[in-house]
Design a protein around this ligand. Structure first.
Ligand code: DQA
Length: 147
């Protein structure tokens, strides 16, 4: 079982970026925690971060037949990207959308996600734990036992 985690723009700056909103952990720390969590369930977790929309589109398209599931934090592209939504709809790989912050409790322009409708669901507001919850939800969907 292989899961790909895709992280969008500015998430490479976690740890330094607005720690009052996003916390003090780096993305590397969060992804290591997620990989450890996956290992306890016998799942391989690969991850990638990019600041480029097209790169996210390509990675989603290339996931077909390679990965069993996707976890996606599209970051600001959540609110703007039809291309990412179309990419998610173009593959049959199930995806869970993740946000560290509760986007519904923030500025109005963050309340709309163009990408969530192409996902199984969205988990937002739990900081790094959002990724762990997303993995459990995805594995539950894939009918693996969730410990
Ligand atoms: C974010 C929320 C987005 O609105 C924002 O643009 C981000 C991070 C989150 O994880 O809370 O870059 O996706």
């Amino acid at each position: 079982m292989k899961i790909l985690v895709l992280n969008g723009p500015n998430l490479n700056l976690l740890g330094k970026r607005e720690p009052g909103i996003y916390g003090s952990q780096t993305l590397g720390d969060m992804m290591k925690g997620l990989q450890d969590h996956g290992r306890t369930k016998g799942v391989v977790v690969d991850w990638h971060q990019t600041n480029e929309e097209g790169c996210l589109v390509s990675r989603i398209g290339e996931s077909q037949g390679v990965y069993d599931g996707l976890i996606l934090n599209p970051a600001a592209y959540t609110h703007t990207s039809l291309a990412i939504r179309d990419a998610l709809q173009a593959v049959t790989v199930p995806c869970v959308e993740v946000h560290l912050s509760n986007i519904q409790a923030r500025e109005g322009f963050r309340h709309t996600s163009l990408t969530a409708a192409a996902c199984l669901g969205q988990i937002a507001g739990f900081g790094a734990r959002s990724y762990l919850l997303a993995l459990d939800a995805l594995l539950g969907h894939l009918k693996l036992s969730v410990k």
